[in-house]
Design a protein around this ligand. Structure first.
Ligand code: MHO
Length: 162
């Protein structure tokens, strides 16, 4: 047991991102929240105005004996479109930007490596715009946003199940 590590990612509406990472073996805790902005303790309504600078993100703890940071990155790219600046599907605004908030140089290097591999893969018709930035302040989102999909029986970002 080498201890838990942290990872933080933005990939659009955090409802779907959180429920997706909750399904990854080795991810032991997730929190939906706001990061990489310029105001303190932002509310969802404030973040929605696209004026606080925050991204909707998911902060997680993972067990590196069960899942590698690289695997988390691959998962991240499999669940969103990293080529649309300040947008994810129908959701428009800088709060929906694609971003990797790294906690150390190793994470930063892995993120840059995976992005260049994917850019070179020919799988995307436009360049990847995912930001790679140091992890800064994280503000947990309001309780009603935590595990939102599980509470409401939806998948993705607001897709009704069954
Ligand atoms: N399209 C969704 C986004 C929610 S998300 C938590 C909505 O407008 O409700 O940003």
């Amino acid at each position: 047991m080498v201890g838990l590590r942290k990872a933080m990612f933005g990939a659009g509406c955090f409802w779907g991102v959180q429920s997706s990472f909750d399904g990854v073996e080795g991810v032991v805790m997730t929190t939906a929240g706001y990061s990489d902005g310029h105001t303190r303790d932002p509310t969802y309504d404030e973040v929605c105005t696209d004026s606080t600078g925050h991204a909707e993100v998911v902060l997680m703890e993972f067990d590196p004996a069960l899942v590698s940071y690289r695997d988390l990155l691959i998962h991240l790219f499999s669940i969103h479109d990293p080529t649309t600046p300040d947008r994810q599907g129908v959701d428009l605004g800088s709060q929906y930007r694609s971003s990797i908030m790294y906690f150390n140089d190793e994470q930063k290097e892995e993120a840059v490596r995976v992005i260049s591999e994917l850019d070179a893969s020919g799988n995307y018709s436009s360049p990847i715009v995912t930001g790679v930035v140091p992890a800064g302040d994280f503000y947990p989102a309001e309780e009603y946003h935590q595990k939102y999909n599980e509470k409401h029986g939806i998948a993705g970002c607001g897709i009704q199940l069954g």
